[in-house]
Design a protein around this ligand. Structure first.
Ligand code: NDP
Ligand code: MG
Length: 396
């Protein structure tokens, strides 16, 4: 049975969601809607979907809302005029609000590099961060983890693999971790030959066998870059060496990841493939709240299979390991080249199978910087986007 709110939390937990209109943002709101008496939504942000943000605002009555796109912001203001909901004008004001509002946790569900600045501002404000946005950790994991330590803010993973590892590590000691094993559904093309992958269309790449997600991560999952980004994300979240991270394909997406300990024992976390599970875990941590999510029926046959991933076929995963081992600005370069390539694939300006070609070429010509600052990483990101776009145009 769920405990009544009064015994679970002393008062309602203040929550903000950055990227509330996306797949993770919407599912976070569903979890909150199932536990309305326990949470007070304080702040919602998105990029340009003013209609959905307005609907969410009218339903959940946050104290303030923000849209990054100024034109959409004007539309949002018109719709919300009759309601007592503050529409924030500039991002400076947004980040000030983080200091002023009583927040227990901020959910970061923005997609891509755009999540980095909010991540840094949330941590600088000393707020706990429930993080779905893996790209910020890929680009600036070291800086973010250092900042979280300095500000005594907690970073809780929402990505299902990292939530699984986090759960497997509860009660364990860092020195007892031998390695973590990230599972990958393998996406729709796991068993395709390289030649078959060369013929893949955009709509095939946008159809994921087990998860329903935003477009960018759906392409990343099909190209295995998502798993590559997750390898780097795991390094920072769990303080691992590159050789402590393995990846294995697990097409059923029921085991979300595993940890192998120094005594040879392996712990795995299982649940049906539904992001509401890891989202709820982060919102309630360290409490486990009752949920209506589907249960396994072990009286029926459940097949769990694991198979190696062919790194020659899925070059992106090999490139991500390379970037991780090299360190410095290399993960930021990998991420930026991938963001540019995926954007081009989504506009039908680049065939799906050429993503790894772009990433590899851009990485091989990059100038290595060992200890980039956050400002340098931002500059490197935008320069790499420009170079990648030039390369994409030149090969078409
Ligand atoms: P979506 O594309 O569905 O949503 C992205 C959200 O980010 C939207 O709310 C969008 O607003 C907002 N946004 C985009 N650009 C900006 C910007 N420049 N400034 C402010 N807000 C912005 O993505 P997902 O929800 O699928 O993924 C979000 C993150 O979570 C990604 O990093 C992904 O890798 C990660 N993740 C996602 C999973 C999933 O199941 N979807 C699973 C695990 C991790 P608007 O709608 O207005 O454009
Ligand atoms: Mg994941």
């Amino acid at each position: 049975m769920n405990k009544p709110a009064a015994t679970l939390f002393h008062h309602q937990k203040g929550i903000a969601i950055f990227g509330s209109t996306g797949s993770i943002g919407r599912q976070t709101l569903e979890v909150i809607a199932q536990n309305r008496e326990l949470f007070k939504l304080k702040l919602l942000t998105a990029h340009s979907n003013h209609k959905l943000l307005a609907q969410q605002s009218i339903l959940f009555r946050p104290e303030a809302v923000y849209l990054a796109n100024p034109e959409s912001q004007i539309e949002l203001k018109k719709i919300l005029k009759p309601y007592k909901i503050r529409v924030i004008d500039h991002d400076d004001e947004l980040y000030q609000t983080l200091h002023q509002v009583d927040l227990h946790l901020v959910v970061l569900a923005i997609v891509g590099f755009a999540g980095l600045k909010p991540a840094v501002k949330i941590l600088e404000a000393g707020k706990n961060l429930a993080i779905a946005n893996k790209e910020s950790l890929v680009v600036a994991g070291k800086q973010m983890m250092d900042l979280a330590r300095k500000m005594k803010a907690q970073i809780l993973p929402i990505d299902s693999e990292h939530s699984a590892i986090f759960q497997c590590l509860m009660g364990e000691k860092q020195e007892h971790i031998e390695k973590v094993i990230l599972t990958a559904s393998g996406g729709p093309f796991l068993n395709y030959s390289s030649r078959e992958i060369e013929k893949v269309t955009l709509s095939q790449a946008l159809t994921h066998p087990t998860w329903e997600m935003g477009k960018k991560i759906t392409i990343d999952s099909a190209s295995l870059m998502n798993k590559g980004l997750e390898v780097i994300e795991a390094k920072w979240l769990f303080n691992l060496n590159p050789d402590q991270i393995d990846v294995v394909a697990h097409p059923q997406s029921l085991v979300h990841s595993m940890v192998q300990f120094t005594d040879g024992s392996v712990k795995a976390q299982m649940s049906p493939p539904n992001m509401q599970g890891p989202i709820q875990f982060a919102l309630f941590y360290p409490h486990r709240q009752m949920s209506a999510l589907t249960r396994f029926n072990f009286s029926e046959t459940i097949n769990l299979s694991f198979q190696p991933i062919d790194l020659k076929k899925f070059r992106n995963l090999a490139l991500a390991f390379e970037a991780l081992k090299k360190g410095g600005n290399m993960p930021a370069i990998l991420n930026a080249a991938n963001e540019a390539a995926v954007a081009a694939v989504l506009k039908n300006e680049l065939p799906f199978y050429k993503i790894s070609l772009i990433v590899e070429k851009i990485m091989s010509h990059a100038v290595f910087v060992l200890n980039p600052s956050l400002d340098e990483l931002e500059q490197i990101h935008f320069e790499t986007i420009i170079k990648s776009n030039e390369l994409i145009r030149s090969i078409n």
